[in-house]
Design a protein around this ligand. Structure first.
Ligand SMILES: [Zn+2]
Length: 328
């Protein structure tokens, strides 16, 4: 009798203890029904400004992330994550309840200290295997560039684009200075290379090779920044776009849909936010990956488009038609 009771106690104890010791709490956004809800959920559980939460990924983790991103881009989703990621990342098929479509979702979930915030700041990557255009939508500055996460994911969804990528932390989550660009912190994904956000760009370039593709980085600016414009489009260089350029095409389509919008591009001196120090922009404009921290681009490819927006111009519904017309 006594031994049977001990057995039961032991069993009870192991049931209670096992999940805590083998598996950290996971924040999976399981109640998010649509991509919009998912992007908001991922943003809300990210390390915030001055949280001092941002873990620089190891070389092994960056390689593993790139391999997972490549497999997702090839259309796969039901596979196991490499061991360097599997304790704090999750991959799953995500069905959007609004349009009924399935997407492949990779997201950081690990919350070891159970404070409701993920522990590292790795972010998320979403792929539509049945996409209609090779266009990538990214949010480099979640939280700080307010609403650009939900804006970019809605434009991704409604334009049937290939993928959506969001950085994993507020750009000033960490107070540690970046060795890439000393005026920025290590958590600023657009100005540092030691993060999986940047690594995804290297893998996308690898994946597409010589095939055509485009990437839009959606940003938000303060209303009094570049006060002559509401929206500013650039390819990561302070050079006037040439005829046939998609920055001009998108500008013209936006003006046609919204005659009152002031939409600017480089060349006229209306705004200095040309993303010339943006390391993803530099890389996609042909600067070797090993030199993007310090070397500005010498020319632009047109593959990278930085969109800066005043606060009242981030409603995705105002952008979808113009994006569809620019990338038919
Ligand atoms: Zn930004």
């Amino acid at each position: 009798m006594q031994s049977k009771r001990s057995m039961l106690l032991l069993l009870g104890a192991s049931v209670l203890v096992a999940p805590r010791t083998t598996l950290a709490a996971q924040l999976t956004c399981s109640s998010s029904a649509t991509l919009e809800e998912l992007a908001a959920c991922i943003r809300d559980q990210m390390p915030g400004e001055d949280s001092d939460i941002f873990v620089v990924p190891s070389a092994t983790q960056i390689d593993a992330w790139r391999s997972v991103a490549r497999t997702m881009m090839r259309g796969a989703c039901s596979f196991s994550l490499p061991s360097s990621l599997s304790s704090f990342m999750r991959i799953r098929s995500f069905r959007d309840a609004g349009n009924g479509r399935r997407y492949c979702l990779l997201m950081e979930s690990g919350d070891g200290d159970e404070d409701g915030i993920v522990d590292r700041g790795f972010g998320a990557f979403v792929v539509d295997a049945a996409a209609e255009r090779e266009l990538i939508h990214t949010t480099a500055h979640p939280i700080s560039d307010m609403a650009t996460e939900t804006e970019a994911i809605t434009i991704f969804k409604e334009t049937r684009s290939r993928s959506f990528l969001v950085a994993g932390a507020h750009r000033r989550a960490s107070t540690i200075t970046s060795t890439c660009q000393s005026s920025m912190t290590i958590s600023d994904s657009a100005h540092n290379v030691a993060n999986v956000f940047h690594a995804t760009h290297l893998e996308l370039a690898n994946f597409y090779g010589s095939r055509p593709w485009w990437l839009i980085q959606w940003h938000g600016m303060a209303e009094n920044t570049c006060s002559d414009v509401d929206v500013y489009l650039s390819h990561g260089m302070d050079v006037a776009p040439v005829e046939g350029d998609r920055a001009l095409e998108l500008r013209d389509r936006l003006r046609a849909h919204h005659p009152t919008w002031q939409v600017g591009v480089p060349g006229a001196g209306v705004c200095s936010l040309n993303a010339t120090t943006n390391v993803q922009g530099r890389f996609l404009n042909g600067v070797p990956a090993s030199r993007v921290c310090r070397t500005p681009a010498a020319s632009y490819t047109g593959r990278f488009l930085s969109v800066e927006q005043d606060p009242d111009f981030r409603d995705p519904d105002n952008w979808i038609a113009a994006v569809l017309e620019t990338w038919p």
